[in-house]
Design a binder for this molecule. Structure first.
Ligand code: ZN
Length: 431
């Protein structure tokens, strides 16, 4: 095993990836702007320019909201236009400024020293260890790209962006070469649509997505984790705010008069099922997550997110909050407790199964053809594809190759990214 700061002779997908992670595209939960940060536009412009240089068709850069659209012309008749989508922003949770990747060649399964969390600080270096992340052991002998400990890497989702760009380059070069030689292109495919989006990490990736401009009938997001991951089930998601109104009276004279909002809020929370919380659930088990509580005698609020893969159980969870609202108002007086519910997104599966399950089958078959073991699993979260599916563009999620997203321990195996380019080519040319 040897660790370096430079990478000699990268393949096209890695060369692209390294250029894209050098651009800081961190999104912001608090700016309120669209895109949430101006700096995301640097990558948007760069990708549009590269697509034009590759002679992609209909390259459109939406400068206002930072969306990139392009197409690869068909080389044969096809029933549908297949699209591929990745997001350009990185998580607000960890800095994406001045990312300095490390390259671990011929990984031997031992601990990987990163650097200190604050670059140049002299603090103890962070260690990327298989004791904490046992999946590392699956990559013995491979080349890993890690962070230097001070930032995230940005494989979420610039690995996906680089893979789509590398696929596009192969297909467009093939078309050019055939034109020059007066022969037929080697890769046979229908029209392929490409889009890169901003602000996925703050849940706004598709807010200004132009389905007509994109022009695909069906699509895949390339935004999953390890090689082989394939997903078409997300949570159903809602947010709830519980507001409790109290009555303040001097505590010495409070008997029969004081209504303590903070205490009622605590009682309300305790009335929810104690085992349906994120820290006690997995797989397809749903939960109520208390993300914030604030309170005093006068007023208290509880903020929840509610998640469940099953639509029926999801509706039951929301109903439980409404029932508790009614019960508490009976006990403490009308208007003491108000529950406000807001749906956020729904399980993509509703829109995929059964009519578009063939998209999942196609991806699975492509993986098997390439010797990649498919792992089909429900996502305990949402994807841009979930909201696009409900807007009429069925959109399962493919692996992008990385691990430990949103933090300093993020890494991606070079070989996974190279295989995923093959996978995209295989899916694009599946008909
Ligand atoms: Zn992502």
């Amino acid at each position: 095993m040897n660790i370096t700061n430079t990478f000699e002779h990268p393949s096209p997908v890695i060369e692209k990836f390294l250029r894209y992670i050098a651009v800081d595209t961190q999104s912001s939960e608090t700016s309120g702007a669209h895109p949430s940060t101006e700096k995301q536009k640097v990558l948007g412009r760069m990708l549009a320019e590269e697509l034009r240089a590759m002679h992609a068709e209909n390259v459109v850069y939406n400068e206002e909201h930072n969306y990139v659209y392009a197409a690869i012309p068909a080389t044969c008749e096809a029933d549908e236009v297949v699209g591929f989508i990745s997001h350009m922003d990185t998580s607000p949770e960890t800095s994406g400024t001045d990312v300095r990747p490390q390259f671990v060649r011929d990984y031997d399964g031992s601990d990987i020293p990163l650097g200190p969390a604050v670059r140049g600080s002299g603090d103890a270096p962070l260690v990327l260890s298989p004791k904490q992340f046992p999946e590392l052991l699956e990559y013995k002998g491979k080349t890993l790209i890690t962070t230097d400990g001070s930032t995230l890497l940005g494989a979420d989702d610039k690995a996906g962006v680089a893979e789509i760009m590398a696929m596009a380059e192969v297909l467009l070069k093939d078309i050019e070469a055939a034109k020059a030689a007066g022969t037929e292109p080697q890769y046979r495919h229908g029209r392929i649509a490409i889009a890169f989006t901003p602000d996925e990490e703050i849940g706004e990736g598709t807010a200004f997505f132009d389905l007509e401009q994109f022009g695909a009938d069906v699509a895949y997001t390339v935004d999953g984790g390890a090689l082989g991951e394939l997903e078409y089930e997300t949570f159903n998601a809602a947010a709830a705010t519980v507001t409790v109104k109290g009555v303040t009276v001097h505590p010495g004279e409070a008997k029969g008069k004081m209504v303590n909002a903070a205490a009622i809020a605590a009682e309300f929370h305790c009335a929810l099922p104690a085992d349906q919380v994120p820290e006690k659930t997995e797989g397809r088990e749903g939960f109520f997550y208390l993300c914030e509580m604030k309170g005093e005698t006068e007023e208290a609020t509880l903020q929840y997110i509610i998640r469940d893969h099953d639509r029926g159980l999801f509706e039951e969870k929301k109903q439980l909050l409404r029932d508790l609202e009614a019960r508490f108002n009976e006990t403490y007086g009308a208007g003491a407790v108000t529950v406000t519910l807001k749906d956020q997104y729904f399980n993509m599966r509703e829109k995929i199964d059964p009519d578009y399950l063939y998209l999942v089958d196609r991806a699975e078959a492509a993986m098997r053809d390439l010797g990649i073991e498919p792992h089909i699993q429900p996502i305990r979260g949402g994807t841009d594809g979930a909201s696009l599916s409900f807007r009429g563009l069925p959109c399962p999620n493919l692996c992008a190759g990385g691990h430990n997203f949103h933090g300093r321990f993020e890494y991606v195996p070079v070989e996974s990214m190279e295989r995923i380019v093959e996978l995209l080519l295989h899916i694009a040319c599946a008909e």
